[in-house]
Design a binder for this molecule. Structure first.
Ligand code: MD3
Ligand code: FE
Length: 220
């Protein structure tokens, strides 16, 4: 209780319902945990660096990406897909650090998705001018598994849509330490990152990093 009096309101854990099977877990990640995760991200990008990939239609993305896990997500002139090897470095994607893995499963379990076993973790790096346009995440073969996302660094304006691209969107500010879990009826919702706040984060500077944990293959 005393602890609560001294903690700033922005670091209190709160849960917001976005949909029947989608929740924002505000401040789910503790500062110690995000610091450990940032160290692990630096190790990963030493092996498989962030890169600005091209969409199949030939547009270069404004979000730099890389992956860890058994599978990584790529996009090029041949399409969107998951691969076991990074085509840029010709190495296997690095293992998902245990510091991320346990927290991703815990977050899923916290909102009722038991047995989540992510085998891909996409790492997105945003600057103040990056955007991610309205899309669905449907390259995963197992659409029964939820997706868990972790936000680090600068805040983002996230837009949460419906199952049709033209459905109205809800604005959600995602901040450092926030987690979003979505599955079930909300798994194929359209969503986008409209903008990144300007400013500087104490650990990441003028950047935002988002991790998304996915179960890419059906588990037999
Ligand atoms: C999707 N990433 O990597 S994650 C992506 O912040 C991606 O980097 C964004 O979209 C990012 O594919 C957003 C957060 C999120 C939250 C709720 C969702 C994505 C969602 C609900 C339904 C579908
Ligand atoms: Fe997405």
């Amino acid at each position: 209780m005393i602890d609560d009096l001294f903690r700033s309101p922005q670091t209190r854990r709160m849960i917001f319902k976005l949909g029947d099977n989608a929740l924002v877990l505000q401040n789910f990640l503790a500062e110690k945990q995000t610091q450990a995760m940032i160290k692990d991200i630096i190790n990963i990008i030493n092996i498989v660096p962030f890169r600005y990939m091209f969409t199949p239609s030939g547009h270069q993305m404004s979000v730099a990406m890389t992956s860890c896990g058994d599978f990584g997500w790529i996009t090029d002139n041949k399409g969107y897909r998951y691969t076991r090897v990074d085509p840029l470095t010709n190495t296997s994607w690095p293992k998902i650090p245990s510091s991320f893995y346990r927290l991703a499963c815990q977050a899923a379990e916290h909102v009722g998705f038991i047995n989540f076993k992510p085998n891909a973790c996409l790492i997105n790096e945003y600057t103040e001018t990056s955007k991610m346009s309205l899309h669905q995440d449907k390259d995963e073969k197992n659409l029964n598994a939820p997706i868990v996302s972790f936000s680090l660094g600068l805040p983002a304006l996230f837009l949460w849509g419906g199952l049709n691209k033209s459905d109205k969107v809800v604005k959600v500010r995602l901040q450092h330490g926030d987690v979003v879990v979505w599955g079930g009826v909300d798994r194929l919702r359209f969503h986008s990152i409209a903008s990144i706040a300007s400013g500087s984060h104490s650990e990441l500077g003028r950047k935002r990093i988002n991790l998304t944990f996915r179960q890419v293959q059906r588990s037999f």
